[in-house]
Design a protein around this ligand. Sequence first.
Ligand SMILES: [Zn+2]
Length: 117
Amino acid sequence: MKKNLIPVLSGKLKTGDRVKVIAGKDNGKKGKILQVFADRNRASVEGINLAIKYLKPRKQGEKGQKIEFPAPINMSNLMLLCPRCNKAVRIRSKFLDTAGKKAKKVRICGKCKELID
Ligand SMILES: [Zn+2]
């Protein structure tokens, strides 16, 4: 296989990843990551952990608005849905040795070991 890979590190979730929720009220649901809040170790996921926000009317006589939005969820409650094997997996990452150039960090699936990106 890919013999030029160096030791395995743990990988991170990114915006656009398809994930599965593994704890809490949305346990088992799937969705796409809309935004990652790395400093808080949280991410908002399409259709997951929905909360309601009320917007006050801006003008008198106008109605206030009710907006449903996905509140950020702790990333430890999320697992990546591997685009290769389609299972909920742990992400690993490795550095690809690119022949003298700066090593490139890539993410790989913890199950099927395929390159994710
Ligand atoms: Zn996989």
